[in-house]
Design a protein around this ligand. Sequence first.
Ligand SMILES: NC(=O)c1ccc[n+]([C@@H]2O[C@H](COP(=O)([O-])OP(=O)(O)OC[C@H]3O[C@@H](n4cnc5c(N)ncnc54)[C@H](OP(=O)(O)O)[C@@H]3O)[C@@H](O)[C@H]2O)c1
Length: 229
Amino acid sequence: MPPLKIAVCGASGRTGSRVAALAAVDARFHLLARVGRAQAAAFEDEVGACGAVVDFTAPEASVRFAAACGRAKVPLVIGTTGLTDVQRAQVAAAARKTAVFMAPNFSRGVTLLLHLASEAARRLPDYDAAIVETHHKGKKDAPSGTALRLAQAVAEGRRSDAAVPTSSLRVGGVVGDHELTLAGPYERLTLTHAAESRDAFALGALEAALWVAKKRPGLYDMLDLMGLR
Ligand SMILES: NC(=O)c1ccc[n+]([C@@H]2O[C@H](COP(=O)([O-])OP(=O)(O)OC[C@H]3O[C@@H](n4cnc5c(N)ncnc54)[C@H](OP(=O)(O)O)[C@@H]3O)[C@@H](O)[C@H]2O)c1
């Protein structure tokens, strides 16, 4: 199998730099471009040369890359979080033209946490649910995309739209901690995940690129990749 030609958008960033570094030493990939902010506009016209694009930037940039990938029919992996509903709809429009993989968290542990959270909430529908998430001080969005997705997993498990109270801490250099508590009158169940390195996300995003490069147009996430849907 020839290596997958990929470009990494946000390659100067905390996460994108790790995606590019790991892809550069992995024979399954041919790293065509490290796209920074300065190259972003020109890259949108050249995206057709890629077998897949991986994006860890900012919402306004991600929707432009999604539109460009849609036009060029190039599969796209979006790791960026904090998209508005309108921006999500723009990504969904691109996913009608090409395969788009969008996940607030590419770690396999968090993906399993979402699955377990849904199951736990389904089995303990009368317990109080609450989420606490902790990230480094540079994180722009709060609550984190993963915390929002965790709340959605609880809602799906309970078949209820009731909001899940969520607390966000922004301290030091924490890569990403998420904790869901389900509390009854006499006991508490806590499901917790701690990311210890951004490579958990970077490696997951690269696996997602290999996976989505073979898919038809549509919107996919880690539950699809891990067969948990
Ligand atoms: N899905 C996951 O598993 C996962 C994991 C970690 C992070 N994330 C998300 O990924 C995103 C990036 O996080 P990070 O911590 O890596 O951020 P970061 O260190 O601030 O890096 C952001 C990168 O995007 C570039 N960028 C920002 N705005 C841009 C624009 N308008 N056009 C083109 N490029 C732009 C930046 O370029 P400059 O350096 O030139 O500004 C930089 O290379 C965030 O939304 C974060 O929540 C997701």
